[in-house]
Design a binder for this molecule. Structure first.
Ligand code: PMP
Length: 288
């Protein structure tokens, strides 16, 4: 496997970054996770825009232009002979001194890893996930804007650990006000009274690219959508629940905090949305 690292494709074994890169020292950087389906990169433009916006919010200089980035992503897939896979794009503050200040750091580091993807087990989709609310809260907008997909995932990592130590696959994270934010690496949705509801980004959720796609697909399916604050109670009594993300796509949730969601089976609207999502990824995208 070849990895793009600061200007060249190198063998996986040689893809090493400096210990003085502030991405390593402080998590000072941004990233994207993107899918390649049947030789097409799904929602590439949306991911490139989010990466640029995350970098802008952190006053981080993008190392290459949008056009160059698009080409490098496609080239990373081609040199690795991939038609289906997962692409990780990482931009770091670059090499600097031990101090916090990014002054003197640079140029920004750029890493592109294109690899095959290890999909979630099929039973997650057939049987649904059981998730649990965890103590660690999602960072609110007053701390770090949740729209920024930064290299600093410590709250979400703690949340994942907490869920796993309780025997669950995924964590439901609340914000500091106690409203539902999202899961450790996925957005969360419910269906209640025929309406698809997901928390607004202001509640502490990433503006997921899959989330945006699901909201569009729901409208096409005639399902009304709403972005509004949700409490744990709203989730417990929902008719259906699911999570969405680039790697996960759409995964039904059948139990939250030991409460069965609906009849404890993946919901009908969730299944319709997943099927429509699968149709979309098989036709759309940027050809590599
Ligand atoms: N929330 C968080 C915290 C994430 O890391 C991700 C990406 N894995 C998502 C939501 C889903 O976003 P997307 O659909 O863009 O992958």
């Amino acid at each position: 496997m070849k990895v793009y690292l600061n200007g060249a494709f190198v063998e996986k074994e040689d893809a090493k970054v400096s210990v003085f890169d502030h991405g390593f020292l402080y998590g000072d950087g941004v990233f994207e996770g993107i899918r390649l389906y049947g030789g097409s990169v799904f929602k590439l433009e949306e991911h490139l825009i989010r990466l640029e916006q995350s970098a802008k919010a952190l006053l981080l200089q993008m190392p290459v232009s949008r056009d160059e980035m698009r080409e490098l992503v496609c080239e990373s897939c081609r040199v690795n002979g991939l038609t289906d896979g997962y692409i990780r794009l990482i931009v770091t503050r670059g090499v600097g001194s031990l101090g916090l200040s990014p002054k003197g750091c640079g140029p920004s580091g750029l890493v592109i890893i294109a690899d095959t993807i290890e999909l979630f087990p099929a039973r997650y989709y057939e049987e649904g996930l059981k998730i649990v609310t965890v103590p660690t809260r999602r960072l609110g907008p007053a701390a770090l804007p949740p729209m920024v997909k930064s290299l600093n995932y410590l709250n979400n990592i703690l949340a994942k650990i907490e869920a796993q130590s309780l025997g669950y696959q995924e964590a439901l994270m609340l914000n500091e006000q106690g409203y539902v934010a999202e899961c450790s690496g996925d957005n969360v949705f419910i269906i209640q009274g025929g309406i698809l509801v997901t928390p607004p980004t202001a509640a502490g959720s990433l503006r997921g690219i899959t989330r945006d796609v699901i909201l569009e697909l729901a409208v096409e399916l005639g399902i009304p959508v709403e972005k509004k604050d949700l409490t744990r109670y709203d989730i417990w009594i929902a008719d259906e629940c699911f999570v969405s993300g680039t790697a996960a796509e759409v995964v039904p949730v059948v139990e939250v905090d030991s409460r069965k969601i609906g009849d404890g089976q993946p919901g009908a609207q969730t299944r319709r949305l997943l099927a429509k999502f699968k149709d979309l990824v098989s036709v759309g995208g940027t050809r590599i």
